[in-house]
Design a protein around this ligand. Structure first.
Ligand SMILES: NC(=O)c1ccc[n+]([C@@H]2O[C@H](COP(=O)([O-])OP(=O)(O)OC[C@H]3O[C@@H](n4cnc5c(N)ncnc54)[C@H](OP(=O)(O)O)[C@@H]3O)[C@@H](O)[C@H]2O)c1
Length: 343
């Protein structure tokens, strides 16, 4: 088997691919031969040492999602699990589950830590739907409901519009009868992402932030945006969102792409608006039933065809360093996926 190990934090060169003996399952365990490992921005943060909550101290194995085919069963496991196509549940490849990350060709866990894949989901996608679509569902359906808000009829602005999470969020918004506005820093990507959104707004000009609240006000007849689903979450960018927010709006912060800076949140008083954070771990802590509900929603979406994954590129697991370099450049649109055993 192949497993990626990070011995010390740093650049892509710290990702070591090790060849190891294939794992043998203990009693009650299965071995999943992974056909798909989704890459995520968090993998870059972790490798740099900026996400210790997830990685702990090195050595560690990166990777927050994976899926494949059950290849071996430990004693006592029902023979019907053999050869099942499965996704690791979203909570499974986590440090606090004792398994470590998914950047490996074979993953050992219990049958209740996987979930059956619908036939419609290609092998290459089995490990590449949770961090995009489950995150979008968790923040925009599960959490907004807790805040007494819903997507129906709402205008939702999605920064980092070319990212896998924002592209998934646009599908979740459309499915729940909202209007999706993509916000991108990259003018050169607008043609390629236009179909994914009702509208696309470019927020930067030659690297400088534009007063994009004007575009958003114009698109909403002066009312403003009901929900920002925001992975930038800082400084002048967040200030602009506060200005473009509708009365009783919500800014849901879920990433740290931006640079810190002062933000004037006082308009939130007049607007009776909320600013809150979202992280999947909140949902995991709520309990297995809530996570399962999200998983079922996402998988049904793929099975019925209203959700899909835009794959920017796949890489053999052995090329993980190159894959991290490409992700760091930020020119991709959609999901980057590692495929163990691919030539
Ligand atoms: N809270 C959670 O539970 C959770 C779960 C999953 C992901 N996330 C977060 O979701 C975000 C997207 O993840 P991903 O894996 O989909 O990333 P990704 O595919 O690598 O997308 C990154 C994109 O973000 C945009 N971007 C980069 N730097 C930016 C900046 N300074 N200001 C504004 N936009 C910037 C760019 O898109 P444009 O060129 O279109 O602007 C870039 O292509 C990350 O912040 C990640 O940490 C959070």
């Amino acid at each position: 088997m192949q497993q990626v190990v990070v011995e010390q934090f740093g650049g892509p060169e710290v990702l070591e691919v090790r060849d190891l003996e294939p794992p043998a399952p203990d009693a009650g365990e299965v071995v999943v031969r992974l056909t798909s490992i989704g890459m995520n921005h968090a993998d870059l943060m972790g490798r740099r040492g900026d996400y210790k909550l997830s990685t702990g101290d090195p050595p560690y194995t990166p990777g927050l999602e994976g899926g494949g085919v059950i290849e071996a069963l430990g004693d006592g496991v029902d023979a019907r699990w053999q050869n099942r196509r499965v996704l690791l549940r979203p909570e499974t490849p986590r440090r606090d589950h004792g398994h470590g990350g998914a950047y490996r060709s074979h993953f050992v866990c219990r049958p209740d830590e996987v979930i059956d894949a619908p036939d419609e989901l290609h092998d290459r996608l089995l490990g590449a739907v949770w961090l995009s679509h489950f995150t979008a569902w968790g923040a925009l359906v599960w959490m907004l409901a807790r805040l007494g808000r819903s997507l129906e009829g709402a205008t939702v602005a999605l920064p980092a519009a070319s990212s896998s999470v924002a592209l998934a969020a646009a599908q979740v918004v459309r499915h729940h009868r909202g209007t999706a506005i993509g916000l991108t820093t990259s003018p050169e990507k607008t043609d390629d992402i236009a179909d994914a959104y009702h509208h696309v707004v470019v927020t930067h000009d030659a690297g400088a932030l534009k007063p994009f609240h004007r575009d958003l006000k114009a698109l909403t007849d002066g009312k403003g945006v009901d929900v920002f689903f925001d992975p930038v979450a800082a400084g002048a960018y967040l200030n602009t969102e506060v200005r473009a927010l509708a009365d009783r709006g919500a800014i849901v912060v879920y990433g740290l792409l931006g640079s810190p800076g002062a933000v004037d949140v006082s308009p939130l008083i007049r607007k009776q608006a909320v600013l809150c954070g979202y992280v999947n771990d909140d949902l995991f802590r709520t309990g297995r039933d809530a996570v399962t509900a999200g998983c079922r929603h996402v998988l049904a979406g793929f099975a019925f065809g209203h959700y899909h994954q835009r794959v920017a590129r796949t890489f053999p697991l052995a090329d993980v360093r190159e894959a991290h370099r490409v992700m760091e450049q930020g020119r991709h649109i959609g999901k980057l996926i590692l495929v163990p055993g691919a030539p």
